[in-house]
Design a protein around this ligand. Structure first.
Ligand code: 3PG
Ligand code: MG
Length: 420
């Protein structure tokens, strides 16, 4: 590589009490060859090759108060300036090292006192960088193939609820009800991994007995995402247990497990990987701190995750519908790697959100999941599965929410129970 090496570009939303150009230059310096003071080794030649470059600064609005604490007193009449800035780095700085790339674009810069707000909006990877990563091994076509779900409808899924507390046998009985009702996908909750009351291996044995028997009878193998999240050796053991038992999917709590350990599991390549983003609020909820989903999903796509959570329309959390729609579009976008992720729509879903989800995204390339929205259906979980399927059928036929209820009498019960 040389000074003409391809460059990675990151876009940030920043806020600073200082001059915008000066603040951006501090960010670029601190995250490449510079520090708080000039050091003798930072020669012109070294800088030319390794210094991060401020590519653009687009001034936005101002604020009289800082978005986040700066650790410095607020001067009288302070003005906090906001801007979108683009900064680029040569691939020479980090090679194909994903964690170090993250430390470069998402490391100490969040701690600089010069900023009263900083959010990573998006990343633009040069093809030379992405090409070193395999990315999703199964992706949307692979997940459809494994579950036998043709294009034209979403994969319908659920989360075992109660999340914790049930024995493997009780869980397997619930799985029996769900697979017999025609569900496509089931997963452990992120709170359920390998606790004493439901040891991982015993749970896999009990559940896969049901799923394999159903597959032998009907030809349909329901995808169960067993939560392998743990230390690396244990995750590998759990993974192998799923493979030996005929399972097709492993789930990882991405933010808890971390990028390299998650990639290690993705690299094994035999199971579809369900990426759960619990902890997302900590990374994104503040408008001027953290990371936006378009950048976040690219990192996990490079790591090799196949399915990634996006929240859901009219969800139980804080996130707006606009943000959910944008996340779905990010997963479905071609780049990087020309391998879209399967967006996992989950959080307070019960089917009634299907018409709006369809209207706003015009896609059925979704894993649409309801935990409470299936388990708590007034006629039981099997009826919950049927209702979800029917809501989606009606939504894709172009019916609005009200038309769905008027034309599909079966849907009334779920609306009575769950609509707010
Ligand atoms: O892990 C998840 O996706 C959540 O537990 C969703 O559960 P809910 O459908 O009951 O909101
Ligand atoms: Mg959960």
């Amino acid at each position: 590589m040389s000074s003409s090496s391809p460059r990675l570009t990151a876009r940030y939303f920043i806020e600073t009490p200082n001059d915008l150009a000066k603040a951006a230059a501090t960010l670029a310096g601190e995250q490449s060859s510079g520090t708080f003071v000039e050091v003798p080794g930072e020669t012109a030649e070294l800088k030319q090759r390794f210094a991060a470059r401020v590519e653009s600064i687009k001034p936005l609005d101002t604020s009289p108060t800082p978005a986040i604490p700066t650790g410095r007193p607020t001067p009288p009449n302070a003005v906090y300036r906001r801007a979108e800035v683009a900064v680029s780095w040569s691939l020479e700085n980090f090679g194909h090292n994903l964690p170090t790339l993250v430390s470069t674009v998402q490391g100490n810069l969040y701690e600089l006192a010069q900023f009263s707000g900083l959010k990573l909006i998006d990343l633009d990877f040069p093809a030379e960088f992405s090409a070193r990563f395999r990315g999703p091994q199964f992706g949307i076509p692979g997940c459809r193939r494994l579950t036998n779900v043709p294009a034209g409808r979403p994969l319908i899924g659920t989360i075992i609820k109660p999340s914790i507390g049930m024995s493997p046998d009780t869980t397997a009985e619930l799985v029996r009800t769900l697979v017999e009702a025609g569900i496509d996908f089931i997963k452990d909750d992120e709170l359920m991994a390998n606790p004493p009351h439901s040891p991982f291996d015993a749970r896999v044995d009990a559940i896969m007995r049901v799923i394999n028997a159903h597959a032998d009878r009907t030809g349909k193998k329901v995808m169960y995402a067993f939560n392998v999240s743990d230390e690396i050796d244990a995750m590998q053991r759990h993974y192998e247990k799923i493979v030996r038992s005929g399972g097709t999917c492993a789930m990882i709590s991405l933010n808890s497990v971390g990028l390299s350990a998650s990639k290690k599991i993705c690299d094994l390549g035999q199971l579809a990987i369900h990426g759960h983003r619990n902890g997302w609020g900590m990374l994104n909820r503040h408008p001027l701190l953290g990371i936006e989903y378009p950048a976040y999903q690219k990192l996990w796509r490079l790591a090799g995750v196949d399915q990634l959570h996006v929240n859901g329309i009219a969800n139980k959390f804080w996130e707006s519908d606009d943000s959910v729609v944008r996340s779905i579009q990010s997963c479905l976008a071609a780049e990087p790697l020309n391998k879209p992720l399967l967006p996992v729509v989950s959080s307070g879903q019960w089917g009634g959100q299907a018409p709006e989800t369809w209207r706003r995204t015009q896609t059925t390339d979704l894993l649409y999941m309801a935990g409470g929205g299936i388990m708590a259906h007034p006629n039981g979980p099997a009826a919950g599965v049927h209702a979800l399927r029917e809501w989606w059928e009606a939504a894709v036929s172009g019916l609005t929410y009200d038309q769905c209820l008027a034309q599909r009498p079966n849907l009334a019960l779920s609306a009575q129970k769950f609509a707010k």
